[in-house]
Design a protein around this ligand. Structure first.
Ligand code: ADP
Ligand code: MG
Length: 389
């Protein structure tokens, strides 16, 4: 491992665990820089697997598959939040440069570990998680503090896009909800009075260089990200500075190499709460593909290849609009959205993930709008939203 400080050069293979859209956009960024990509995903038609230079079709814990990946890849990463830590450890033990390593990924995969981590330095950072309690057994639910109601019960593992979450108003509802989740480990979190939601996207290189993108403001619909707007229209400079500092502190404390996203809530009283950590490029960072000098996917390539990180400079105000499978399923039949109308705005950039089957709530693609002013971007995005209706 003597060459652990040297860059991994173009022409080499980079490995990705997971074949979803994040892996696909990573693959495109890596290939643009001359790298080859090997994707491990059990699905024959995964969005990343179909564009990768090599697709190993197997489960993430398949030892033979991990050995095959290790034999060709000099570095590996994950695009799938719930990839077993064991798979990353196995690749590392086979001599692969794994970024991020399993320790940081494991914390983000488990809401209990995540909240505990965020709470440990709440005092110094001035930003911590929402008040919460871990629910492991019925008596935890029965004895939970009344201050946490109304609260949101979240499964500790495997939640995404608002799945594995329910609002509860009292202990009876909490016990019922916990039973309905199959009595798995959960956290009950106090429901906060949100003014708006933002995310901080930070990247750390192998040499401890840390860069941050501008804070992005997110709107969710039915628990799924709908739009991301940059610069964040509602944030004040003091909040922005505090959030960026907190995110940089988080990535350093996790000793994490690669792209990391932290979601924050800004409350109506002006306080900031850390919500969750995503150990990978994030949907709210897709705007960087067209609105920043370096996209979040290129940064992931650079971090994995031990290259210097790129500039996070914003070229112009931007909005990212997610396109869900719902758009194909109008009045009970399948129809392609009117791309010619959506792309009428010359600054609209379409990114589709190559998913064959549109389903309600399934992320099929996104459109990035970039403009000279925030209001110009807002108006072209609103026009596209009207077309999609
Ligand atoms: P997911 O993993 O599904 O993204 P989150 O914990 O981010 O789960 O929750 C999804 C959304 O639910 C958040 O973006 C926010 O809108 C809302 N939410 C989650 N927790 C709280 C809370 N404690 N108070 C108020 N709203 C919340
Ligand atoms: Mg979230």
């Amino acid at each position: 491992m003597a060459d652990r400080q040297n860059p991994i050069l173009p022409g080499s293979f980079l490995g990705i665990l997971g074949g979803g859209q994040l892996g696909r956009m990573f693959t495109h960024a890596a290939q643009a820089m001359g790298y080859k990509v090997c994707v491990l995903d059990p699905d024959e038609h995964s969005p990343a697997g179909i564009v990768a230079d090599k697709h190993i079709q197997a489960s993430y814990t398949d030892s033979a598959a991990l050995k095959e990946m290790a034999a060709i890849c000099q570095a590996a990463s994950t695009e799938f939040e719930n990839v077993p830590a064991k798979a990353l450890d196995e690749l590392e033990s086979l001599g692969v440069f794994v970024a991020p390593r399993s320790a940081g990924v494991s914390i983000a995969q488990d809401r209990v570990a995540e909240k505990k981590f965020l709470a440990t330095w709440q005092k110094e950072a001035g930003i911590g998680p929402a008040p919460y309690q871990v629910i492991e057994k019925q008596s935890d639910a029965e004895a939970v503090s009344a201050d946490l109601f109304p609260g949101i019960l979240k499964t500790a593992r495997m939640g995404y896009d608002g799945k594995g979450q329910v609002t509860v108003h009292d202990r009876d509802e909490l016990v019922k909800a916990w039973n309905s989740f199959g009595e798995v480990v959960c956290v009950l979190e106090k429901r906060m009075d949100l003014a708006f939601e933002v995310s901080a996207l930070v990247v750390r290189g192998h040499d401890d260089e840390v860069v941050a993108y501008p804070i992005a403001q997110n709107i969710h619909k039915n628990g799924i990200l709908h739009t991301t707007t940059v610069p964040a229209p509602s944030i004040n400079p003091a909040q922005e500075a505090k959030i960026i500092d907190a995110a940089k502190e988080i990535i350093r404390r996790l000793d994490y190499v690669g792209v990391l996203c932290v979601e924050f809530f800004v409350l109506k009283n002006g306080e900031v709460v850390a919500n969750e950590i995503a150990p990978r490029p994030h949907n709210s960072g897709h705007y960087t593909q067209n609105a920043c000098l370096t996209s979040q996917f290129e940064q992931q390539v650079r971090a994995m290849a031990r290259l210097p990180l790129g500039s996070t400079e914003l070229i112009g105000p931007s909005i990212m609009l997610n396109i869900l499978g719902d758009e194909w399923l109008v009045s009970g039949k399948q129809a392609e959205p009117s791309w010619e109308k959506i792309l009428k705005a010359p600054s609209a950039k379409l990114h589709l993930y190559g998913k064959a089957e549109p389903r309600v709530g399934r992320k099929m693609g996104h459109v990035n709008f970039v403009g000279k002013t925030s209001s110009a971007v807002e108006s072209v995005c609103q026009e596209a939203i009207q077309v999609l209706k």
